[in-house]
Design a protein around this ligand. Sequence first.
Ligand SMILES: [Zn+2]
Length: 92
Amino acid sequence: MKYCPKCGGVMVPVKKGDKYYLRCRRCGYEVEATEEDLREYRIVHKTSKSEKVVTTKVISQVKKEGASPEDLETAKEEYYELVLDQLGEYGD
Ligand SMILES: [Zn+2]
C-alpha cells in the first residue's frame, strides 16, 4: 500500500486509458503507477480470503454468458479496483 507524499492519505490505483495511476483518496494527488506499484497491489489482492470468493462468483457469472478469455481478464481487473476502493475507505 502506498501513501500520499502530500497528506499521507491512502493511494489507490485508477486506470486512465492504457495507463494506471495511483490517486490519493484524501486530497486527489495523482502519480503514474510504476510496474513495481502494480505488482505490490496485486499481491494484496491475492492474499485476501473474501476477495477470492467474490472473484470466483464474478468469473462464473461471465462464463454463463459465454465470455471470451479477454472478457474474463477485464472482469477481474474491474473487481480488483473495486476492492481497493473499499480498502481505502476502511483505512482512512
Ligand atoms: Zn493526499
